[in-house]
Design a protein around this ligand. Structure first.
Ligand SMILES: [Zn+2]
Length: 143
């Protein structure tokens, strides 16, 4: 399928921007600079735009006569963006999953905070102190 590799944040962001509507090349660079808080070289953006154009994912047109041409996503380009973004969903899920732990006592997922206690040399994480208590009680029953 796609012959264009999205292997940098700049490329990914460029796709996001194009997905929001037609853009001039310099608008893309400006917005990238704003969002990423660093200077973006045109030599990073234009070759990418060129490869998107070569693959017919984007096309250019001038809206008004004296207007510079704007890049916009073609139908193919929209499909391509959808594929890229859907793959990204998996990446985001993985990143979030790494930050989520499960309570040692109940099936609760903990994203932020929670209650941790060292029980028998092990650092255990619980959703709340009640679960920690219940866990310890259970341990006592077993032993
Ligand atoms: Zn719990």
């Amino acid at each position: 399928m796609p012959k264009v590799k999205i292997n940098s944040v700049v490329k990914l962001y460029t796709l996001c921007l194009l997905n929001n509507g037609p853009k001039h090349g310099y608008e893309i660079i400006k917005e990238l600079e704003n969002k990423m808080n660093r200077s973006i070289s045109a030599s990073h953006v234009y070759p990418f735009l060129k490869s998107l154009e070569d693959n017919k994912f984007i096309a250019c047109k001038s809206v008004e006569q004296r207007d510079k041409k704007r890049y916009y996503l073609t139908k193919n380009g929209e499909n391509f963006v959808e594929v890229v973004f859907s793959k990204l969903d998996g990446v985001i899920d993985t990143v979030i999953e790494k930050r989520i732990s499960t309570c040692s006592h109940c099936p609760c997922k903990i994203y932020n905070g929670g209650h941790s206690e060292i029980i028998g040399n092990e650092d255990k994480v619980f959703c709340c102190s009640h679960c920690a208590e219940a866990f310890k009680e259970k341990l006592l029953l077993i032993h």
